[in-house]
Ligand binder design. Structure first.
Ligand code: FAD
Length: 174
């Protein structure tokens, strides 16, 4: 659960492969990390019958099974996922956030970040090779990133880079 008065080292907005890779990396090095998820579906991958071209699974793996495994790993490292606690009433609720998912042939719903981070003309977030955005301390990875190839293995790799860079950023600046 989350409450208003906790300062997090890192907040991840994505419960797909990129976010669920970045999350355990951050949690493992004891960064106080919160992962925000929307609904119960764990990314595009969860709706795919068979995820192909994913290392370690020569025969493919069902999207549902794969997303459960991502979550299992995150939980193993104690990643905090999603619930908000009102410090006055003690009530738990979810955070209201806009959907940033990207689905095939649709533009990313990154509208709530418009004017905050630089995007390309289709609304994908522009990053450097270290996943840094135009705003210091804000990193983007996965399918919302400009130039993303739209594959789970790539999302996982970029999620890893973003987590390591976030850790480095905190060490160097705080
Ligand atoms: C039909 C289809 C088939 C595919 N087949 C393959 C395949 O065979 N092999 C392969 O490697 N890849 C495949 N992919 C691509 C793969 O699924 C994606 O590359 C991967 O899921 C991207 O991961 P991601 O973490 O960047 O984001 P996503 O999977 O897009 O997940 C984003 C998640 O964040 C949540 N979210 C969105 N906005 C917010 C918010 N504001 N707050 C909190 N949570 C939010 C969404 O609900 C969603 O669960 C396929 C994709 C599709 C659509």
């Amino acid at each position: 659960m989350i409450s208003e008065d906790i300062l997090y080292d890192c907040i991840i907005v994505d419960n797909g492969p990129a976010g669920l890779t970045a999350g355990p990396y951050c949690a493992r090095v004891k960064m106080n990390t919160l992962l925000l998820e929307k609904g119960t579906i764990k990314g595009q991958i969860a709706i795919i019958d068979l995820v192909e071209n994913y290392p370690g699974f020569p025969g493919g793996i069902s999207g549902k099974e794969s997303s459960l495994r991502f979550k299992e790993l995150a939980e193993r490292f104690g990643l905090k996922i999603y619930r908000k606690k009102d410090t006055q009433t003690g009530e738990l609720s979810t955070l209201e956030v806009e959907d940033i998912s990207t689905y095939i042939d649709l533009e990313p719903a990154t509208g709530f970040l418009k004017g905050f981070v630089k995007m390309d003309d289709k609304g994908y977030i522009i990053t450097n090779e270290r996943m840094g955005t135009s705003v210091e301390g804000v990193f983007a990875c996965g399918s919302c990133r400009s130039g993303s190839t739209g594959q789970a293995a790539v999302a996982v790799g970029k999620g890893c880079i973003a987590a390591l860079e976030a850790e480095k950023y905190l060490q160097e600046n705080f």
